[in-house]
Design a protein around this ligand. Structure first.
Ligand SMILES: Nc1nc2c(c(=O)[nH]1)N[C@H]1C(S)=C(S)[C@@H](COP(=O)(O)OP(=O)(O)OC[C@H]3O[C@@H](n4cnc5c(=O)[nH]c(N)nc54)[C@H](O)[C@@H]3O)O[C@H]1N2
Ligand SMILES: Nc1nc2c(c(=O)[nH]1)N[C@H]1C(S)=C(S)[C@@H](COP(=O)(O)OP(=O)(O)OC[C@H]3O[C@@H](n4cnc5c(=O)[nH]c(N)nc54)[C@H](O)[C@@H]3O)O[C@H]1N2
Ligand code: SF4
Ligand SMILES: [Mo]
Length: 719
């Protein structure tokens, strides 16, 4: 039996893999591994099925002028890519080459490092990622508010944990290691869990208090809680005096958000809001965290900012002497201190995009500019794109995505099947699947280091190990990073390793004459690591490095930094919230009476190829409240048409008794064209979204949740 980690989401659960005849036949949680206690979800257990997926690509594909795909050897592939790319760069300059990083790199962490190094080597700034259609407010919020060097309080030490629009039981975000067990442990120690979510989610069912608001009212609720903290004397004045600025201005800005106003506007009970405020006010330690729900519902930066303000108002950051979260193991050691890190620029530091005039932010280049950058002729037009994600299903306004991807001179996608996005590519690079690749947990540390509190291990845990099975016999597969390395080699470009989101300063030069192994690249990514990578490799079950635990150190006497409670842009936006007509802003009316919200399923990750055996159904249902279904004469399993102001799709409804009325919850990452059979392919919700709908002015992220929609029964099925 072999051991490794599952890489079907960022939780990285340690697994035992039974290998027979060179093939993985069974995956179970590794009970000997620390922290996770044997946890896996159905996706992890379906890895053997996934590796022998009937449609799995064993060779890369090239599109012919007539649109048909033919197989191409990896040798020829690299040669053709180098030729075509060389021509594009010669003719149009490096800015014509862009790349998109996303979930594809969870399985292949070396891919992100090499892809960024490659863009740097050719001199292109056009690096995009999912960050600006995910939770850009998370990193931008820190820039506007400042960070706490000591980090957040560890889950088990919290008196209260508030999760706004996140569902870690399914997503693992915020509690990546065995979330159910972590929540139970936290509650056994006396901690309270508060969930704010229009759905009674798997996580909400474990909560002490669950608020079920109208989607999109998170800024209202968070401002209301801040107001109650201040008015009821729960602001931690000692912490604020020592560490924060702008208290008076914040107090004024949240004053309109009285409990009565918030309750009426967000559709919750005033008493329930006060109960949350009481729990928050009485807690000595705690944490307020946001999932993707509030971010998708527009104003994600404001929601994130207000959540940070709440943490600061209560002094919920890790105090001196407390054990710190996310110490380094595979990255260079870092220090934690009980002091603020002052705000830093959130915008105004980068080159404006040619189209729509967006600027980069700490969340990176705004994806919102990319379709236009591809479709608009002129100097700097993007003509080649390397894609590590399922754009057709994940980017807003799917029709525009198709149009843009089809307009490229060169679209290259790494994939394991011919996905709906891969179908648009000029070259589909058939890649290895996770069990065929060496594994390492460093990506988690990189993400945690970048300020994303949702991933990484609270403890100094790490795993690194070899591939556990060989690729299928006769297959000709390339690892994503090898593509970049080999094309650079052909083009005579030297590469210096860049770490994603600058996790480390180390920039080793790659040997461009002798190709490194994947493990060599991992070792380079871990240069200067707190634990030597070879030591990490020697632990088959992963290991917690007790000596690498870190405790929050004292404040530096010279530290004059302060957390900002009154960022001018944020308070101006909050004033707009207070002044607006909520119904008008929401956009629902007699025609579009429902709100569509995003909500992830346990058994599918984003656009990743689905293991059918792990899914109870092969599509993403449209969950609705039973009373709403009855009003429309619908039963579970019926087909409906969902219409937004931007498009329409076919979907299959399913009752969710725990859903707020007039809300429809669906996961993204499924479906193809709007008219495809939703039972077979699922439903692509991004036919309902549009880039210019209520977009955030800095990141360009449009309304992807709290989306006004109409639900109509499809032609009745024969029963
Ligand atoms: N409407 C709506 N849209 C959303 C969201 C939403 O809630 N609602 N959520 C957004 C969020 S938070 C995110 S992060 C994005 C995610 O969506 P994307 O940014 O598209 O990223 P993933 O779906 O995680 O990427 C997985 C894909 O990467 C490709 N790939 C590349 N390399 C590999 C590899 O080595 N192995 C495998 N298996 N696949 C590879 C495959 O095509 C695979 O399907 O979607 C966003 N889009
Ligand atoms: N199983 C699984 N795990 C995943 C992924 C996956 O696709 N599947 N994707 C990964 C990725 S890329 C990410 S970014 C994380 C995301 O992690 P989470 O943010 O935890 O993802 P979700 O489970 O979709 O949780 C979002 C919650 O927000 C609620 N919600 C929707 N609209 C609103 C709103 O307006 N206000 C409030 N308060 N709540 C709202 C939804 O009901 C839902 O419960 O998960 C990661 N893990
Ligand atoms: S939660 Fe599931 S998909 Fe994510 S790493 Fe663990 S087993 Fe894999
Ligand atoms: Mo995401």
């Amino acid at each position: 039996m072999a051991t490794t980690i599952c890489r079907s989401c960022n939780a990285f659960c340690p697994i035992d893999v039974t290998v027979e005849g060179g093939r993985a036949v069974k995956v179970e949680g590794n009970r000997r591994a620390p922290i996770y206690h044997g946890y896996t979800c159905p996706k992890g257990r379906a890895l053997p099925e996934l590796h022998r997926h009937p449609e799995r690509l064993s060779r890369s594909l090239k599109k012919q002028p007539d649109g048909a795909f033919v197989e191409i050897s990896s040798e020829d592939l690299i040669g053709e890519l180098a030729d075509r790319l060389g021509t594009i760069i010669d003719r149009h300059g490096p800015r014509a080459v862009a790349a998109y990083l996303s979930g594809g790199v969870i399985e292949q962490p070396a891919a992100s490092a090499l892809m960024i190094s490659f863009l740097e080597a050719i001199g292109s700034p056009m690096l995009f990622s999912a960050s600006t259609i995910d939770q850009p407010g998370m990193t931008i919020g820190y820039a506007l508010h400042g960070r706490w060097s000591g980090g957040r309080t560890r889950p088990e030490a919290r008196d209260v944990s508030v999760i706004v629009g996140g569902n870690p039981i399914n997503s693992k975000q915020y509690l990546p290691q065995n979330p159910g067990m972590q929540i139970k442990r936290m509650r056994r120690a006396g901690g309270k869990l508060v969930v704010i979510d229009p759905r009674r989610t798997e996580t909400a069912r474990l909560a002490d208090i669950h608020l079920q608001p109208i989607p999109g009212e998170d800024p209202t609720i968070l401002a209301g809680l801040a107001h109650l903290m201040i008015r009821e004397g729960h602001a931690n004045s000692a912490f604020i005096a020592a560490n924060a600025a702008g208290f008076e201005a914040l107090a004024q800005a949240v004053a309109p958000f009285t409990p009565a106003y918030v309750a009426a506007r967000a559709g919750i009970e005033e008493g329930d809001l006060r109960s949350v405020a009481r729990v928050l006010g009485e807690a000595r330690t705690g944490d307020v965290a946001l999932g993707t729900g509030p971010s998708m519902a527009t104003r994600g930066i404001l929601s994130s900012y207000l959540a940070l303000c709440l943490n600061t108002l209560r002094g919920f950051w890790a105090a001196e002497g407390e054990e710190a979260m996310h110490p380094s193991v595979l990255l260079p050691p870092r220090e934690f201190r009980a002091q603020p890190v002052a705000p830093y620029p959130a915008w105004g530091f980068g080159e404006k995009t040619r189209i729509r005039g967006f600027e980069p932010t700490p969340a990176g280049m705004p994806l919102a500019a990319l379709p236009g950058e591809i479709l608009t002729p002129g100097d700097g037009q993007v003509r080649a794109l390397f894609l590590h994600g399922g754009a057709v299903q994940s980017w807003p306004q799917s029709g525009r995505t198709r149009e843009a991807l089809a307009a490229l001179d060169l679209l290259v996608i790494h994939d394991v099947v011919l996905s709906p996005t891969a179908r648009l590519a000029d070259y589909v690079i058939a890649t290895k699947m996770q069990l065929e690749l060496p594994a390492i947990t460093v990506l988690n540390e990189i993400i945690a280091n970048s300020g994303h509190a949702g991933y990484g291990t609270a403890d100094p845990f790490a795993f690194c190990g070899p591939a556990v099975v060989a690729p299928p016999e006769g297959a000709d597969l390339v690892e994503s990073w090898q593509t970049y390395y080999r094309v650079a080699q052909r083009l005579g470009l030297p590469l210096r390793l860049t770490n994603w989101r600058a996790a480390s300063d180390s920039r080793p030069e790659l040997d461009m004459t002798r190709e490194p192994t994947t493990m060599d690249i991992y070792a380079m990514m871990c240069a200067g690591s707190a634990a030597p990578i070879d030591a990490v490799r020697s632990h088959r079950d992963g290991h917690v490095y007790e000596h690498l635990r870190r405790f929050v150190g004292p404040r530096d006497p010279d530290c004059a930094d302060r957390l900002e409670l009154a960022d001018a842009d944020m308070l101006a936006e909050l004033a707009k919230v207070a002044a607006e007509n909520p119904a008008g802003r929401r956009g629902t009316d007699a025609r579009f009476a429902f709100q569509l919200i995003p909500s992830r399923l346990q058994n599918a990750t984003n656009t990743f190829v689905k293991a059918r055996g792990a899914l109870r159904r092969s599509y993403n249902p449209a969950f609705m409240n039973g009373a709403d279904m009855a009003d429309l004469g619908l039963s579970s399993g019926d087909e409906v048409r969902i219409r937004s102001r931007h498009g329409q799709v076919r979907a299959i409804v399913e009752e969710d008794a725990g859903l707020r009325r007039k809300v429809v919850a669906m996961m993204h990452g499924f479906g193809r064209a709007p008219d495809d059979d939703p039972r077979r392919h699922g439903t692509n919700v991004n036919h309902l979204t549009a880039w210019d709908d209520d977009f955030e002015p800095h990141t360009g992220m449009p309304r992807m949740g709290a989306l006004p929609v109409a639900i109509t029964p499809a032609v009745p099925r024969a029963r």
